[in-house]
Design a protein around this ligand. Structure first.
Ligand SMILES: [Fe+2]
Ligand SMILES: [Fe+2]
Length: 192
């Protein structure tokens, strides 16, 4: 094999590896967003404040199941890849992103989920485009990314539909923090 073919192969493998690592970190974080939200739900329960919150609990449980299924796809159906060395950080970031907004209220939580899922949808889109442009697109990976993307689109739309009022200025600022933080996390996860 000529040396340039070898280096093309190496570049190809590196690109797919990075995309898999970034999205595996993202799906890990997503599972913990909903676990964080469940802990906050539990606190609301202890305070006896949320007797009419059944829809929110159902939302959290259903989304948690979907995110666990997404994570299982990355861990058992994808080609082998190197996981992020700082997974505990993504777990902590996910937990806080679910816990804090849910503690602040339903609209805070649903708006946060809307912002996260909107980001993830666009990110999956960009990843699929990048991999489709490769000389031999990894169709097995792209198909599974698209499957996960459909789930995220559904989550985003459901979160928006669950909101009972327009987001406040503070919520919009928080949404920007979530978006920029997610962008930063993707860049870091691709590296380490
Ligand atoms: Fe997901
Ligand atoms: Fe999701």
């Amino acid at each position: 094999m000529p040396f340039y073919a070898k280096s093309l192969d190496a570049n190809y493998a590196r690109l797919v590896d990075k995309e898999l690592r970034a999205s595996h970190a993202g799906e890990t974080g997503a599972v913990w967003i909903y676990r964080g939200a469940l802990v906050a739900e539990f606190i609301w329960c202890l305070l006896h404040i949320n007797k009419t919150e059944d829809d929110t609990k159902r939302f959290i449980r259903e989304h948690l199941e979907t995110e666990r299924a997404h994570l299982a796809i990355f861990e058992s159906e994808m080609p082998l890849f190197r996981g992020s060395f700082i997974l505990p950080l993504w777990i902590a970031a996910g937990f806080i992103t679910g816990f804090l907004p849910r503690l602040l209220g339903k609209n805070w939580f649903f708006y946060t989920i809307y912002c996260v899922e909107e980001f993830v949808d666009l990110h999956y889109d960009e990843q699929c485009k990048n991999m489709s442009a490769l000389s031999i697109p990894p169709s097995n990976v792209i198909e599974r990314f698209k499957h996960c993307q459909e789930g995220e689109q559904h989550h985003r739309d459901e979160a928006l539909a669950m909101m009972t009022r327009q987001p406040s200025l503070l919520m919009r600022l928080w949404g920007r923090v979530v978006e920029k933080g997610s962008l930063f996390a993707v860049a870091i996860a691709k590296l380490i």
